[in-house]
Design a protein around this ligand. Structure first.
Ligand code: FE
Ligand code: FE
Ligand code: ZN
Length: 281
């Protein structure tokens, strides 16, 4: 079964709300943020209706959901306070993910804000060495970036270098993002097989745990991170469909982070249940 879902809300009832929303899309997986990206105190994870949600997931064949850590985390930051806050936040979010029984947490490696790529890579590894104990029960996944600003982790080599510097790397994974790859200069429209080969050679396919599926508002190699609905962007629906169904992706979760409101149709289109989403007609 194809594991496909979307970034859903935890409003009011937590994990239960996320599952209920996913059911309306006929999704087989999903992704959540367990706290606001604007900061502030997180809602207690004990109030997320975990057990009821897990039961409902079972009934609807929804599996392998993903947590996305807050954007506020910047493990590449040269500013001590920012870096320490990131370490604390990611550590806490890993625990929250584990409490929910979820197997994947995705985070953005960070921005070096002018200190340079090598600095950023080392700083992120330093942060992960603070956080990871080797006892994690969840995969901690670095998301590859679009090459915008001073972000670290746009090239597979950068991700591989971070991983190489981490002591407890047993549970380190990678999250791909079609929009980010295309914007960073990986031509997934023409050369998907070659790019997967490159990924395997530099990082190793066994680390690939989550695939974010987005079209891109900006052209190939634009170094911008602007998600678009499937079929409306520069990657296009046909290419995205090919990627989603590619055998090398195996059974990892595919997660839509497209502009909201069109998840249901996007999933139907990806599954081949409809010829094209209505917004394309
Ligand atoms: Fe992300
Ligand atoms: Fe993403
Ligand atoms: Zn993005």
């Amino acid at each position: 079964m194809l594991k496909i879902g979307a970034n859903v809300s935890i409003a009011k009832t937590g994990l239960l709300a996320a599952v209920q929303e996913s059911i309306t899309y006929d999704a087989s997986t999903f992704m959540i943020y367990t706290r606001s990206n604007r900061g502030g105190k997180a809602r207690p994870i004990e109030n997320f209706n975990r057990d009821e949600a897990l039961e409902l997931m079972k009934q609807h064949n929804i599996i392998d959901p993903v947590v996305h850590a807050p954007y506020l985390i910047n493990l590449a930051s040269p500013v001590a306070n920012t870096w320490e806050y990131g370490v604390e936040l990611l550590r806490e979010d890993i625990r929250r993910t584990e409490y929910l029984g979820i197997q994947y947490i995705v985070f953005h490696p960070g921005s070096h804000v002018g200190e340079g790529m090598e600095y950023g890579i080392k700083r992120i590894a330093e942060g992960l060495n603070e956080i990871l104990t080797g006892e994690e029960t969840t995969w901690v996944c670095l998301e590859t970036m679009a090459g915008d600003g001073s972000k670290v982790g746009n090239r597979f080599e950068e991700i591989a270098e971070i991983i190489s510097l981490v002591k407890h790397k047993e549970r380190l994974g990678v999250c791909a993002d079609t929009c980010h790859w295309y914007s960073a200069g990986y031509n997934i429209v023409n050369d998907f097989d070659a790019i997967m080969q490159q990924f395997d050679d530099t990082i190793g396919l066994d680390r690939l745990k989550v695939f974010h599926i987005n079209d891109s508002k900006t052209p190939f190699d634009s170094h911008k991170d602007r998600h678009e609905n499937i079929g409306l962007g520069s990657i296009g629906g046909e290419a995205l469909k090919r990627i989603i169904h590619h055998e090398l992706l195996g059974d990892i979760p595919r997660i839509l982070e497209t502009p909201e409101g069109r998840y249901k149709e996007e999933i139907q289109y990806i599954r081949g249940e409809i010829e094209a989403p209505s917004y394309l007609k």
